[in-house]
Design a protein around this ligand. Structure first.
Ligand code: ATP
Ligand code: MG
Length: 426
């Protein structure tokens, strides 16, 4: 981005305004439905700003995932303007404007950070604010920029333009306070630094060191949502490396993280596996959710199984108990956890079969066999192999065995009698 900007001082809150002729965001890059929403707000006398990830990504010449809008119109006023508007949210009322194909443009009224964030009452959280208060309640400076539909300018209260130019992620306000109010912001800082390959501003980074343990107290369901976003983002390996750099893996994954922090080989292995996951993001062979998570947990689970490799150990039970005992704050839903464990156990059998040359092919009937076969090949080859059953190919290549021909069924000839229920005339 080619733009010279002066960072505003937080105290005077005078925004930097960059006029249309001095920035690169064109309306052609903005989703037409988001533009419709912005224009309708503006024509009805309200402010209409594009905000957050969309402005950041457009300035960085990336394609935004979603287009969020902020306005001074109250939720009830927004609803009156759009027939396709649905108000959602208990803590803070947001408007969802629905368009064809399930597209939603989210419209929020400017709000400020609640004075006492621990007191979760509807009134406290529904505190409307000014544009500058709305900018200052956001997580990081590069996410606090507005694009104003009135004159197509960019409004910067928080120094986001300078941070975009410098390629760095910086928390808005005092990092320790902001992380204490919402520890998920630590994750968001790491996410954006990993995705954009940005540096992390010094104080923002120091705050992570002091506050990373707060992640252990964050909502498990919310942390799972965050992990899901990242495991599908194409940048999961970069993110894991960053968490590792901050010695924060145990704050996310409990004893799984401790294991990774102590074992450089294991962490390298997970990152290599996640690189493969990341590379499949936009391809036709994209991996299932179970497969992605199984790769994430493979080095840990594999080491655990190796340590408990006695005949009488039920590996499913071993992994299930181990998962429940990790102390990780992320809550992985039960069904997904079961899928990961089943997949890992089949992969484990495949590796054993490679050694012994004996494979129990009836495993093919298991629901998770296909994922296991793909995962096996990723671990074995270090990349995704395009084949119907990559494990079987690798196994037969090593042991020079040919696939068994399916057994022909033999039918006993039975005399059909006139009374037989199978006879066409019966
Ligand atoms: P993405 O490209 O992943 O969608 P994003 O920055 O748009 O990135 P969202 O989760 O869509 O992320 O959030 C939209 C905006 O809401 C952010 O840009 C940020 O301004 C604000 N925001 C989100 N989460 C927080 C948070 N925990 N604290 C403060 N502001 C937040
Ligand atoms: Mg977004």
């Amino acid at each position: 981005m080619n733009m010279t900007v002066k960072t505003p001082k937080m105290e005077n809150r005078q925004p930097v305004v960059v006029e249309r002729s001095n920035h690169t965001i064109s309306r052609k890059q903005i989703d037409p439905d988001a533009l419709k929403v912005l224009y309708r707000l503006y024509r009805n006398g309200f402010k209409g700003y594009l905000v957050g990830g969309a402005v950041r990504d457009l300035l960085l010449d990336k394609t935004p995932k979603d287009f969020d809008v902020v306005t001074d119109a109250r939720p009830g006023q927004i609803k009156k303007l759009f027939a396709n508007c649905f108000l959602i949210g208990k803590r803070f009322r947001l408007a969802h404007i629905r368009f064809k194909g399930g597209k939603i443009i989210e419209v929020a009224t400017f709000r400020k950070e609640p004075d006492e964030p621990t007191e979760i009452s509807v009134d406290k959280n529904n505190t409307f604010g000014t544009p500058e208060e709305d900018a200052f309640r956001r997580d990081i400076t590069i996410n606090g920029l507005f694009y104003d539909i009135a004159n197509f300018s960019i409004i910067d209260f928080v120094g986001g333009l300078e941070d975009i130019s410098r390629g760095r992620v910086c928390v808005i306000g005092d990092p320790r306070e902001r992380y204490t109010d919402d520890p998920v912001r630590i994750w968001r800082v790491m996410r954006h630094a990993a995705r954009l390959n940005f540096s992390i501003e010094e104080d923002t980074a120091r705050g992570i060191e002091t506050c990373k343990h707060l992640l252990l107290q964050a909502s498990g369901a919310r942390l799972f949502e965050e992990l899901n976003k990242d495991i599908n983002s194409g940048f999961s390996a970069a993110l894991l490396r960053l968490f590792h750099r901050f010695d924060a893996l145990s704050c996310l994954f409990g004893t799984v993280g401790t294991y990774l922090e102590k074992s450089p080989d294991a962490v390298r292995k997970v990152c290599d596996l996640l690189e493969v996951v990341d590379s499949t993001r936009n391809s036709e062979d994209s991996l299932s959710q179970e497969a992605r998570y199984s790769l994430l947990f493979w080095p840990w689970a594999n080491s655990l199984i190796s340590q408990n490799n006695q005949q009488d150990v039920d590996k499913m039970e071993l992994l299930n108990d181990a998962f429940l005992g990790t102390g990780m704050p992320i809550i992985i839903p039960k069904g997904l956890r079961a899928g990961i464990i089943q997949t890992i156990c089949i992969v484990e059998r495949m590796f054993a079969a490679m050694e012994t040359s004996r494979m129990k092919w009836s495993l093919k009937k298991r629901a998770r066999y296909r994922d296991a076969s793909i995962i096996f090949s990723i671990i074995h080859n270090g990349c995704l192999v395009s084949a119907r059953d990559p494990f079987e190919d690798i196994f037969r290549e090593k042991h020079k065995t040919a696939p068994r021909r399916p057994r022909r069924r033999r039918y006993k000839k039975t005399k059909k009698t006139a009374a037989s229920p199978d006879s066409p005339g019966a």
